[in-house]
Write a protein that binds this ligand. Structure first.
Ligand code: ZN
Length: 321
């Protein structure tokens, strides 16, 4: 049986899987993304967690037909490099040849492929999930940042290399500072990273009451993860609701604007926070889009990603097919 390896490299965790030729996951392993040893430390960990997933699947690394990596940041798939990855230790100003270094760590002989994390997750939805048989799609992935991808005729539109950055659609001119350094981007209101910064400011500098940070410590999390936000919403935390409401409005506004331009047949909502908050918030974003949609007679359907937490790793494993 032909097997492939997939690695979903995120700012907080690395998910590794072994995928067989029926697209079934036959082995998996997960670890925290290392901090303090720079890109080389992360690459060594990628190799190590891939080996663990192989053990779990009872195969050798050398049996893999290929190993794909989905990573946040600017990917040059031909050169095999990842650059400007602000959420990875020591990678903000670095350009690193992941294909070459990981290939060496895996012992050589196994082809390594590299793709953008959101792009590979959307490709997995197109091939196997919520995007099957839909020619034109906008993917909106709501997590630490808000990433996107545009599919036309089943193929991703890459533009000049940076298409799909829906998180940096401007929703408020001169608005809040975005992690990208610009102002008023959707991600400045909706990205989990930006929301954490806002919550911290309102709580510590302005004395606003919230259970967010208490829940974070209780769960032993280093940051306000999706599960922390979900718990705070469940406990009717006022600040959490206020910030999530702002996020819903910002995502709806940017997504509706993008749909007015592209008129795609479907919008797929994914990402850690999108999947965690699930159907209730999918519905709220869909409702909040309506007043902004030019074609409000036949509004575009907004659906949840179907591949779940493994979507990124599955898409990565399919790179190079
Ligand atoms: Zn931005």
């Amino acid at each position: 049986m032909a097997v492939r390896g997939g690695l979903d490299l995120g700012g907080t965790k690395i998910q590794a899987i072994v995928l067989d030729d029926t697209n079934a996951i036959v082995g998996q392993a997960r670890t925290a993304t290392p901090k303090g040893h720079g890109p080389q430390g992360i690459i060594s960990e990628l190799a190590s967690v891939m080996r663990e997933a192989c053990d779990d699947a009872d195969v050798q690394v050398g049996d893999l037909g290929g190993v794909g990596v989905g990573a946040p940041g600017r990917v040059d798939a031909d050169a095999g490099t990842l650059a400007n990855s602000g959420n990875l230790d020591g990678w903000r100003d670095a350009t690193v040849n992941v294909v070459e270094l990981l290939g060496r760590e895996l012992g050589g002989g196994v082809p390594v492929f590299l793709g953008n994390d959101v792009s590979v997750a959307v490709q997995a939805e197109v091939a196997l999930g919520a995007g099957r048989d839909i020619p034109s799609i906008l993917g909106v992935f709501w997590g630490t940042g808000v990433g996107g991808a545009v599919i036309f005729d089943g193929e991703e539109w890459a533009g000049r290399g940076a298409a799909g950055e829906i998180g940096h659609m401007v929703v408020k001119e001169g608005g809040r500072q975005c992690p990208c350094g610009r102002r008023g981007c959707m991600e400045a209101y909706a990205g989990r990273g930006a929301m954490q910064k806002r919550a911290h400011h309102l709580h510590h500098d302005r004395g606003r009451k919230t259970q967010l940070f208490h829940i974070m410590h209780e769960k032993g999390k280093p940051v306000l993860t999706s599960s922390v936000w979900a718990k705070a919403l469940e406990k009717s935390d006022g600040l959490a609701h206020e910030l999530i409401d702002e996020a819903v409005e910002a995502i709806a506004c940017a997504t509706a604007s993008a749909v007015n331009l592209l008129d795609v047949e479907r919008v797929i909502l994914g990402g850690g926070l999108g999947l965690r908050l699930g159907e209730e918030y999918r519905q709220r974003i869909e409702d909040a889009m309506l007043p902004h949609l030019f074609n409000d007679v036949e509004p575009v359907p907004l659906v949840l990603a179907e591949m779940g937490d493994f979507g990124g790793a599955i898409g990565a494993a399919r790179l190079g097919l």
